[in-house]
Design a protein around this ligand. Structure first.
Ligand SMILES: *Cc1c(COP(=O)(O)O)cnc(C)c1O
Length: 232
């Protein structure tokens, strides 16, 4: 078996184990293979090994690469997003994870409106409170949710975070927990057009801890495709 297929199998086994450990149903945890900087051929290879969801972070790269992937993969956009580039994602991605401001949501709504469709999003929250990372501040989340919920071509389905990297995944656990608690608070508001069923959190180094804290979408790149040397 080649590397990518073997790696996917290993990750899925680890996901299953993390679910067992935390008493969760593995059907409620989906693996997103983060394929940024990796060629279309590797994506096809992963698809044929059973992987269906792929995450990309750079619009330009996605634009160039996605037409070269003929397998019917489900694309998720997970990276920082400028409003003027949303048009290149229109109709092509199933979910945008990185929505952290109303102006961006409005542009997504406008673009999906053009094709009379709706796109699922998660709102990115800056739980690590790092100045360099994007995401809306936790205390601004409720206002953002209420505003974005008004947009007819967007379906809010949960929250996403990208906490600071730590060598010890236990140090990231409080951030995952905080995201879950925020989702619980939003859920209690019972707002129309708002679901909190997805928690997009956990990467190669910490996805098991994220699952223990409730992750439903884990975004794993390096552990599937190997180290990334460059940004395209
Ligand atoms: C690159 C990236 C990942 C994957 O990171 P790995 O450590 O390679 O698993 C996950 N989420 C986001 C938002 C990313 O940009």
């Amino acid at each position: 078996m080649n590397d990518v297929a073997a790696n996917i199998e290993k990750i899925n086994t680890r996901i299953q184990r993390a679910c067992q450990k935390s008493g969760r149903n593995p059907d409620n945890v989906r693996l997103i293979a983060v394929s940024k900087v990796k060629p279309a051929e590797l994506i096809e290879e992963a698809y044929h090994a059973g992987q269906k969801l792929f995450g990309e972070s750079y619009v330009q790269e996605f634009r160039d690469k996605s037409p070269r992937v003929s397998a019917p993969v489900e694309w998720h956009f997970i990276g920082g997003l400028q409003s003027n580039k949303v048009k290149y994602l229109r109709g092509k991605v199933a979910m945008i994870h990185s929505v952290d401001r109303l102006s961006l949501a409005e542009e997504i709504n406008r673009q999906w409106g053009k094709i009379d469709a709706t796109v699922a999003i998660t709102l990115q929250v800056n739980v690590g409170d790092e100045l360099t990372k994007s995401g809306c501040a936790p205390d601004e989340l409720e206002a953002l949710v209420k505003a974005v919920a008004q947009l007819p071509h967007i379906k809010i389905c949960g929250l996403m975070c990208l906490p600071p990297h730590c060598d010890d995944p236990e140090q990231v656990r409080p951030f995952f927990r905080q995201l879950r608690e925020l989702a619980g608070q939003i859920e209690q508001l019972q707002l129309p057009n708002v679901e909190m069923k997805e928690l997009s959190m956990g990467m190669s180094g910490d996805f098991e801890v994220a699952i223990e804290e409730g992750a439903t979408l884990v975004r794993v790149g390096t552990a599937i495709f190997g180290a990334r040397s460059k940004r395209p």
